[in-house]
Write a protein that binds this ligand. Sequence first.
Ligand SMILES: Nc1ncnc2c1ncn2[C@@H]1O[C@H](COP(=O)(O)OP(=O)(O)OP(=O)(O)O)[C@@H](O)[C@H]1O
Length: 362
Amino acid sequence: MLTVRGLTKTYATADGSFQALKGIDFDVPQGGFYTLLGESGCGKSTTLRCVAGLEEPDGGSISIGGHVVADVERGAHVPTFERDIGLVFQSYAIWPHMDVFANVAYPLRVQRPRVAAADIKARVMDALRLVGMESYATRPATKLSGGQQQRVAFARALVRRPKLLLLDEPLSNLDAKLREQMRFELQELIARTGVTTLYVTHDQSEALAMSDTVAVMSAGRIVQSGAPREVYGRPVDRTVANFLGSANILRGKVVDAQGGLTEVALDGGASTVQVPSRAVLSRGAPVDVIFRPEDATTHLDPVDGAIECAVERIVFQGGMSECQLRLGPVLLRTVVHPVMGARPGDRAWVAIQPERCILFAA
Ligand SMILES: Nc1ncnc2c1ncn2[C@@H]1O[C@H](COP(=O)(O)OP(=O)(O)OP(=O)(O)O)[C@@H](O)[C@H]1O
């Protein structure tokens, strides 16, 4: 449905130029929910803005539903209002001088192909019903809460029944509780309409919870893309592992490698672990062993093969606590039940599940 090939974009800056996109390729199938995730400045919004036609790329091509909307080589650039898209940004961007109805009706009145006047009311009310705002049609836009304004923005983006919905951090202005509620509402809304969605966020929990496919971006490139579980469970490098969830990293050296298992002696004589690894690493090679907080258990008594640490901090997080443990220069994080009676300074033993570890050459 959406195809992006070889997208590049360089901005002119005060001291020269800055290449924000260095060759972006991806496809979103019909009805797919594709998320661009990454730290601030990695190029997520620039990618979305190129798909929307708000920026002109300087290389590559974009097609939406089989129609080429941008192709630098052929000099093609279809303006935003002629692309079959709905757009929602972080700032609600609904017009304060109009009521809810007029806001949602606006794209039907100004964009082509025009919708017959007689059909406008039914189309607007359908869109408002979709977001649970049908009883607010005559409410001035300024007399709405943040969440209600964003619902109106979704209704306005969907009222023309676009092929593609483009969402740039649409939940970021909402407080934590509302953000979570709106996340589910938005997911349901998208599932009900079946609209293909390109979503931009720096919030990893949003990306993991909502998407069919997550693409992690860094410095103008997509470094990994796949199903959320796959990217979380099998990050291709430390950057992805660290960005998507928290990752514990232990340095070590390869002792032996046989039959897909690599034996690693962790630095400081902490322990030896046998980790599955596809890469062929020579004996003595320095490596990083990476594991997620939930892939280790924490014990207050010695356990065979476990790593001895000192409890540094217990961070209560409601249903679970994060246990921070000191191992020389490294601070490990594990997940423990809030009733676990550990205190700062206690000795503790961390047993990692070797089959869940990931190995990278250091
Ligand atoms: N109009 C512009 N002129 C110059 N540089 C720009 C312009 N727009 C964006 N950039 C730069 O391009 C890079 C990518 O910006 P972009 O907005 O795509 O990042 P992002 O990943 O969406 O970040 P954020 O999450 O902070 O919005 C940044 O370094 C940014 O400073």
